[in-house]
Design a binder for this molecule. Structure first.
Ligand SMILES: *Cc1c(COP(=O)(O)O)cnc(C)c1O
Length: 355
């Protein structure tokens, strides 16, 4: 008799929920930290020509050599560090985790944070230890370092700034954690264009530091490209776990083309940073709403009744992310991505109505 999934699937996988993505058809989409702006028309034409010329009958160059060289130059990767490319940074999180998953090894992170750290720890059979942040979502340095001494993690993930809170941890607290950890520390800088703070230039200081980034929040979420920078001896090991052709010809071609015109995306990011101020002030002015400080392109807010506000927004065409129930520290919290000025106005006026 064939066994059922309940009998055959690993219990920790049975207990998981698949990563949730809401249907956003026709909605003002403020749930996923995307850049709301498309490429300008002339760049879209140039991109179309570049993609048309790509040799999709061939496998991609496996490590994306030319793209790595371009990224090393444009992203100020310090000399002596190597780059590794991923099918989004989610792919890189998985590679690093699989590489370090010795039996009994532990992954640590601050809570609440990006769920993929915990998910990948579970996929790879590692122990997952989350250390709660303080109530204002700042990093509890003493508690984290105490937990590091107790659990001796092989791997620590720190999102800098953090998601879903938007909070940028104090750089000296982060440095102290890197120094206190014998394992690898991955600093996930998915929002670096909005934070304008980075540990990239400090890589030479810390032998166990990996700086990970994505082009998703910059405006290229659809192409799926992440990169990490670290010492060659670490990259060489992570690279063994990489799926042979993990970054497609189309992704490499599109990234080469668009990153060659990075100033366009950076100008969009600057507009979003300006809108961030408008949205923060607008949210803070709403009665009963707490807005947490954000160095990213979104805000975590606490409202009197998150389920009601979420449904009210949704029924009026605005999609945000509801974190009520996801973690004890996030009771009645909604995460709201900064959109275009028009989208932000709609968000603020609808939210005012539904509160
Ligand atoms: C969005 C996000 C990612 C995922 O990036 P992809 O490159 O799109 O897979 C990784 N880390 C954090 C903290 C994020 O918010």
């Amino acid at each position: 008799m064939p066994l059922t999934p309940e009998q055959l699937v690993r219990p920790e996988i049975l207990a998981l929920k698949a990563y949730h993505v809401s249907d956003a058809e026709g909605m003002v989409k403020l749930d996923a930290m995307e850049n709301p702006y498309r490429l300008p028309a002339e760049l879209r034409e140039g991109l179309a020509a570049a993609l048309a010329a790509a040799e999709i009958n061939r496998y991609p160059e496996p490590t994306g050599r030319r793209l790595r060289e371009l990224l090393a130059r444009t992203m100020d990767v310090p000399a002596g560090m190597d780059l590794l490319l991923g099918n989004g940074s989610d792919d890189l999180i998985q590679m690093v985790t699989f590489t370090l998953a010795r039996p009994g090894a532990t992954v640590m992170y601050v809570e609440p944070t990006f769920v993929m750290y915990r998910m990948n720890a579970i996929f790879s059979g590692m122990k997952a230890v989350g250390v709660p942040s303080r109530e204002d979502f700042s990093l509890d340095r003493e508690a984290f370092i105490t937990a590091v001494r107790e659990h001796k993690p092989a791997l620590v993930f720190i999102a800098y700034p953090n998601n879903p809170t938007g909070v940028l941890f104090d750089a000296e607290d982060v440095a102290a954690i890197i120094r206190a950890t014998d394992g690898v520390v991955v600093l996930d800088e998915a929002y670096h264009v909005f934070a304008q703070k980075s540990f990239m230039s400090r890589l030479p200081e810390f032998p166990n530091l990996v700086v990970m980034r994505t082009v998703s929040k910059l405006g290229l979420a659809g192409i799926r490209l992440g990169y990490l920078a670290a010492r060659p001896e670490w990259v060489a090991e992570f690279n063994k776990v990489r799926q042979a052709y993990n970054v497609s010809v189309l992704t490499q071609t599109a990234a080469m083309y668009v990153l060659g015109k990075l100033d366009v995306l950076e100008a969009q990011a600057e507009i979003i940073r300006g809108e961030r101020r408008t949205v923060r002030e607008g949210l803070a002015a709403l009665p009963g709403v707490t807005v947490y400080p954000s160095a990213a392109n979104f805000f975590l807010t606490r409202v009197p009744d998150a389920n009601r506000a979420f449904e009210g927004l949704k029924s009026r065409g605005v999609l945000v992310r509801n974190f009520h129930g996801a973690h004890p520290l996030m009771q009645n919290c909604l995460r709201i991505t900064v959109g275009t000025p028009e989208e932000n106005r709609k968000l603020l006026s609808v939210l005012r109505d539904v509160l």
